[in-house]
Design a protein around this ligand. Sequence first.
Ligand code: HEC
Ligand code: HEC
Ligand code: HEC
Length: 197
Amino acid sequence: MTKSDLKIDKKNSTAAIVCLIAIAAVFTFPESFYSQSKYKYVGVNTCVGACHKSEAQGNQFNIWKESNHSKAFQTLQTPEADSIALSKGFNAPAAETPHCVKCHTFGTEVDESELKASFDKNQGVQCESCHGPGSGYSKLSVMKDKESAMSKGLIIHTEKEKFCIQCHNSDSPTFFQFDYEPMWQQIAHSKPKVFKE
Ligand code: HEC
Ligand code: HEC
Ligand code: HEC
């Protein structure tokens, strides 16, 4: 945005403010969702096909599967979710309401062309929701070298709490509180040995 774009007359200022809010929203929501990446989402089944599954590999799949993240889209397909959506003024079922879908799986903010056929949004908040689209880094030959994987789109969070609260915040109608340590302990999944240090 250039300086002259900001020189707006009164008549246009409301529209401009709405526009600025929309821009701010796009850039504050989970970076992995909105980054205009050249990589595509391959889906959790691709991530765990040969890797990230066994005890020796770090058991990430089972930890995720047993967590509520894997069920997050099913949660939206319940009468309870629909009545929450209704109470927030949305007229469509929760699973079809972009405001709800954006935190519970991928929504309209991700273009269909960014999803490979193997990606299934019924699988809720997936590996790639947090680690970035995997088409570039999912190959074992790339994944073996963490730096190379990161240069091909893998996201490893250093500011973990900051990342979590992009979804775990009062924008969630059922939000109560987010206490990072115990919450991370519920989903903690460690590093497998195949990574090169
Ligand atoms: C893309 C949005 C998103 C991000 C990012 C996210 N979560 Fe979640 N999380 C959810 C949703 C949605 C649920 C609720 C799923 C359900 O109940 O169906 C949830 C549920 C959970 C639960 C289960 C809590 C319960 O009482 O049911 C834990 C634990 C959790 N998240 C931890 C974390 C941690 C730790 C992070 C950061 C490392 C994180 N989440 C990042 C969306 C997200
Ligand atoms: C809710 C967000 C979230 C989901 C879903 C998620 N992860 Fe993670 N993952 C994290 C965070 C945060 C870390 C911690 C980064 C760190 O170690 O500092 C992490 C760490 C890891 C690590 C260790 C990386 C390292 O070098 O330290 C691996 C491997 C991993 N995740 C794989 C997976 C796989 C495979 C899935 C899907 C089955 C998955 N993750 C799902 C957030 C998530
Ligand atoms: C900002 C992200 C976000 C948005 C937007 C969001 N949710 Fe959630 N939702 C979450 C998280 C995170 C959880 C886990 C509990 C918590 O901390 O709120 C959750 C949990 C839930 C639960 C399970 C509650 C429970 O206690 O088991 C339902 C139902 C739900 N959301 C419905 C909805 C509906 C309906 C909408 C749209 C009107 C919506 N959510 C919008 C993030 C979000």
